[in-house]
Design a protein around this ligand. Structure first.
Ligand SMILES: Cc1cc2nc3c(=O)[nH]c(=O)nc-3n(C[C@H](O)[C@H](O)[C@H](O)COP(=O)(O)OP(=O)(O)OC[C@H]3O[C@@H](n4cnc5c(N)ncnc54)[C@H](O)[C@@H]3O)c2cc1C
Length: 475
């Protein structure tokens, strides 16, 4: 079993690029018509990532800064950057919107950071199958708006959909809004293919089908540069945002268990314990949460609103506010959910951090035992998801930071109670997931980044391979 929380950067890491390597790389990039940046303020900006949610990661990742930054606008430019890094032996870390909150695109070993946000075109939507193909740097919200105009929508988006990129979501994210219906990004059937640039002196531009793309999915950009992706979409629905108040936690939890198992069309369900709800910035027109009121936030199809309101009354809930998504003022409801809940609590008190747990069923005994142990240092925030084909609840509890020892004890207790941890205090792909090495990801790195230059330190399976552990075959 690997250590619960990292205490040092993973290794072995390559050395920083020498001044001679940097000069050679700069000359290559300038010759390719690109504009590499080396000013400290540009490098600091190009290395900053949203890892402050973790007091474990913050001291480890602060100070990990790129040595050069470059932005591209086309696949041809990506190929030129890959060739130059490979030729000069400089490590390369890919950057979308840099909202990955485990510091996924922090360059642990300096080198070049490649900003892909200029690669932002929608390439096409197949009217018959609904499969969309778009470039990796496109903003998720821009893509979704273009899909909506044609009656389609992304199945899954993170709560950062207004700022995050498609490539960053696939390479660094997991799910979010829509996970109640559609599960998680690595579930078969979401990612149907991708275009990849390899990191070799003569980079290859590959078109991978869904099977070959599996090893690239959620690999933190460690095993190839994604330039375009093909994804399944769903029908566009004008979701309604609903806020429901409950005076008892048991009633609210029962509603959170029953609703996803109903025939009502929902796209999101978030349950917030009263002290969390009391600290959030509610959309304009929605009453602020008071006292002991727990809140259930729903994204529901228009036809589901009336049945939900009637049913929830029976369970002790009261519909407090509703508005069509995209038509309300202030914070949209989805930006009170997923990791945005943590963001808002931290804006009031930066002592809050969080965990991500798939809860055992039934959920109540686990929640009650943890609450009894940790009291107000642990506040409940639950989300409904589909996991392995079943409706489940995940918890993103707010945890008041009492040091690494206390966090490790809490994690240990969660595991003993049957919860599965997806740690937001992890540096490598593996520790952020279930802990095991994915042979397909490592084999893809061997095939597409044989010198190990992409995002060094983030794929534990590759580090183990370098130090002599098991070597998987080619993909
Ligand atoms: C407040 C808040 C809320 C969040 N909510 C959610 C949520 O609901 N669900 C969720 O899954 N995540 C969530 N996240 C994490 C993050 O916002 C998302 O995963 C987002 O989709 C990442 O996209 P990005 O463009 O910012 O990626 P980045 O952070 O730029 O990159 C993420 C990873 O992908 C790699 N990468 C980027 N582009 C490419 C490419 N073209 N090819 C290969 N690799 C690439 C990077 O190297 C990095 O390892 C949240 C984060 C915050 C701060």
């Amino acid at each position: 079993m690997p250590p619960v929380l990292p205490t040092a950067l993973p290794g072995p890491l390559p050395p920083l690029a020498s001044e001679a390597q940097l000069r050679a790389l700069e000359a290559d990039l300038l010759a390719a018509g690109l504009a590499p940046l080396r000013q400290p303020q540009d490098l600091a900006r190009g290395s900053s990532v949203a890892f402050v949610y973790s007091p474990v990661l913050t001291p480890l990742l602060t100070g990990c800064v790129a040595q050069m930054l470059v932005r591209v606008q086309s696949v041809d430019e990506v190929v030129k950057v890959a060739a130059a890094c490979s030729r000069e032996g400089v490590s390369l870390t890919l950057r979308g919107a840099a909202t990955g909150n485990y510091g996924q695109c922090v360059p642990l070993a300096g080198g070049l950071v490649l900003d892909l946000t200029g690669l932002n075109r929608l390439r096409g939507l197949d009217a018959e199958t609904g499969v969309v193909t778009a470039e990796a740097g496109i903003l998720l919200e821009d893509l979704d708006q273009q899909l909506h105009a044609q009656g389609r929508a992304l199945r899954l988006v993170p709560s950062t959909t207004r700022t995050a990129t498609l490539g960053g979501f696939i390479a660094g994210g997991s799910g979010g809004i829509g996970s109640l219906r559609w599960g998680f990004l690595r579930d078969p059937g979401h990612l149907l293919g991708l275009e990849l640039v390899t990191l070799e002196p003569q980079p290859r531009l590959l078109q991978l089908d869904s099977a070959a793309a599996r090893g690239i999915n959620h690999a933190y950009g460690c095993n190839g540069i994604i330039t375009a992706l093909s994804l399944a979409t769903t029908e566009a629905v004008d979701w309604r945002q609903l806020v429901i108040g409950f005076s008892t936690w048991d009633g609210a939890l029962e509603a959170a268990q029953l609703l996803p198992a109903s025939a009502l069309l929902l796209n999101g369900l978030c349950l917030l314990e009263a002290p969390v709800a009391a600290q959030l910035p509610w959309p304009s027109g929605c009453p602020a949460a008071q006292g002991q009121e727990h809140r259930l936030l729903l994204l529901a199809a228009p036809g589901a609103v009336a049945p939900i309101a009637a049913w929830l009354k029976e369970l002790g809930g009261e519909l407090l506010w509703q508005a069509p998504q995209g038509a309300s003022r202030g914070v949209p409801l989805r930006e009170l959910s997923w990791n945005h809940t943590t963001l808002h609590l931290r804006a009031r008190d930066p002592g809050w951090t969080y965990l991500q747990l798939l809860l055992p069923q039934p959920e109540a005994p686990c929640l009650e035992t943890l609450k009894a142990t940790w009291g107000d240092a642990l506040l409940w925030h639950l989300e409904a998801v589909r996991s392995g084909g079943s409706q489940r609840l995940v918890a993103l509890p707010l945890v008041h930071w009492q040091g690494a020892g206390a966090l490790e004890r809490l994690i240990d207790q969660c595991r003993q109670l049957g919860a599965v941890l997806f740690s937001p205090h992890a540096i490598t792909v593996e520790e952020g997931g279930l802990g095991g090495v994915d042979a397909e990801q490592v084999a893809a790195k061997a095939a597409y980044d044989p010198a190990g230059l992409l995002n060094p330190g983030k794929l534990r399976g590759w580090l183990e391979r370098q130090t002599g552990a098991a070597i998987p075959g080619p993909p």
